[in-house]
Design a protein around this ligand. Structure first.
Ligand SMILES: Cc1cc2nc3c(=O)[nH]c(=O)nc-3n(C[C@H](O)[C@H](O)[C@H](O)COP(=O)(O)OP(=O)(O)OC[C@H]3O[C@@H](n4cnc5c(N)ncnc54)[C@H](O)[C@@H]3O)c2cc1C
Length: 113
């Protein structure tokens, strides 16, 4: 049963998913149209620790996705059209196959724009 829904599949989204997964919160991450976010559009990233030779942006984002999935994240390839957080009850459209009543938190994996 999902307790956390994460919107966006950029570095922020996958980071949230990794943390939520490690906390056994069974997160669902909804990717949006830009799978991997902005980082996936660049050929080489040289400022991430752990990659002394640099790494391709798409490759890095695929590794983040693999890590999040290994830790229990379910990935939904969809675009969210609305979030209603009124009165503490959050609704996400499309509702997909999510049991919204079970969702405790909604995390926005999107810092920019
Ligand atoms: C060409 C380029 C090169 C870059 N190079 C570097 C670099 O070398 N090093 C570096 O540190 N940074 C680099 N950056 C910056 C880096 O990519 C961003 O700082 C980073 O991607 C921000 O991550 P984020 O997860 O906050 O947002 P984003 O990467 O912007 O991801 C946003 C996510 O939200 C999703 N989303 C949006 N709307 C919806 C919706 N309605 N429903 C569901 N999902 C939605 C999108 O699909 C996307 O997956 C570069 C950026 C660009 C464009």
């Amino acid at each position: 049963m999902e307790q956390v829904v994460i919107l966006g599949s950029g570095p922020a989204g996958w980071t949230a998913a990794i943390y939520a997964g490690r906390s056994l919160l069974s997160p669902v991450l909804i990717t949006g149209n830009a799978l991997g976010g902005q980082a996936a559009t660049t050929s080489e990233i040289e400022n991430y620790p752990g990659f002394p030779q640099g790494i391709g942006g798409m490759e890095l984002m695929q590794l983040m996705q693999q890590q999040a999935e290994r830790l229990g994240t379910r990935v939904s390839f969809d675009e969210v059209t609305a979030v209603d957080a009124a009165a503490g009850v959050e609704e996400i459209s499309p509702a997909l196959a999510l049991d919204l009543a079970s969702i405790g938190r909604c995390v926005y994996g999107h810092q920019s724009g």
